[in-house]
Design a protein around this ligand. Structure first.
Ligand SMILES: C[S@@+](CC[C@H](N)C(=O)[O-])C[C@H]1O[C@@H](n2cnc3c(N)ncnc32)[C@H](O)[C@@H]1O
Length: 256
């Protein structure tokens, strides 16, 4: 996807939101016995989430399919205890494993094509976590009927980039098909004065979605225990359970 090859722009426009960082801290504090000393992200992009923990002095490790994302993450996470690899989240090879916490938010798991791939990924994540470790996994629970009403997921204001020029981004969900288990996402990136980047990048891609029961059985089959299910589009991100209609969720999983 073109957007994932604009790593420096992605890093500026999609920094972890402060209120979500506060929630993630609270979830880890609630469920991890003891302090977190190490964190990994199996689809780390430019390392936005890893940067949060790296700044606090934690040991971090990230992996991403896109070499450009990993290059940007290396630039941003220079120094300290860091491992960054280019690879597939189905075949993770972290030399610095095991970790206290794995973090894979924003439905990045939906980039995998099917359940067999999700199973492989979950087995890898189970293997790289310490016993008692947590995996905070974002996924989209989709049930009901086909819905083609466009829905804005996220937009950034025009933002000045450190390398020069400005950029803004809009994410929309344009089609949700529970029968096909796919959500279609449209991304519109607008730039001005950014060397080597087109003024308009407009692309669509599909993400794999899950039924509540299907997602539960995938994570439990891999050996994880579900501690909480936070509903990400509801005010306060409450733990309302992994139920049909849950939508965009973050599961708090424990490796027993
Ligand atoms: C939405 S971004 C998330 C980035 C980062 N985790 C964050 O929260 O900011 C999704 C990332 O998944 C990566 N990706 C897609 N398929 C992948 C795969 N099979 N294995 C590893 N990374 C993958 C993309 O290159 C992209 O950087």
């Amino acid at each position: 996807m073109q957007i994932y090859r604009q790593a420096a722009i992605y890093a500026e426009l999609l920094k972890p939101a402060e209120d979500l960082v506060a929630d993630v801290d609270l979830w880890v504090e609630t469920w991890l016995p003891g302090a977190a000393n190490s964190v990994c992200d199996p689809a780390c992009g430019p390392g936005g989430w890893l940067e949060v923990f790296h700044r606090r002095g934690l040991r971090v490790a990230g992996n991403d399919l896109e070499a450009e994302m990993v290059r940007e993450a290396k630039r941003r996470l220079a120094g300290g205890n860091v491992e960054l690899t280019v690879g597939d989240m189905r075949t993770l090879r972290f030399e610095s494993a095991p970790f206290d916490v794995g973090l894979n938010l924003h439905s990045s798991i939906g980039h995998l094509p099917d359940d067999a791939s999700v199973r492989k990924h979950l087995r890898c994540m189970f293997a790289v976590l310490k016993p008692g470790g947590l995996y905070l996994l974002g996924a989209t629970e989709l049930s009901g009927s086909l819905d083609e009403t466009p829905e804005t997921l996220w937009s950034s204001p025009p933002t000045a980039l450190p390398g020069g020029g400005h950029a803004a981004i809009l994410y929309e969900s344009t089609r949700r098909d529970p029968a096909l288990r796919r959500e279609e996402i449209r991304v519109l990136l607008l730039t001005k004065g950014v060397a080597g980047v087109a003024p308009v990048v407009n692309e669509s891609y599909q993400l794999l979605t899950f039924s509540a029961a299907g997602l539960r059985s995938l994570v439990e089959e891999a050996g994880f225990q579900i501690l909480a299910t936070h509903h990400m589009t509801v005010e306060g991100r409450p733990d309302d359970g992994l139920v049909p209609g849950a939508g965009d969720v973050t599961l708090i999983l424990k490796r027993p």
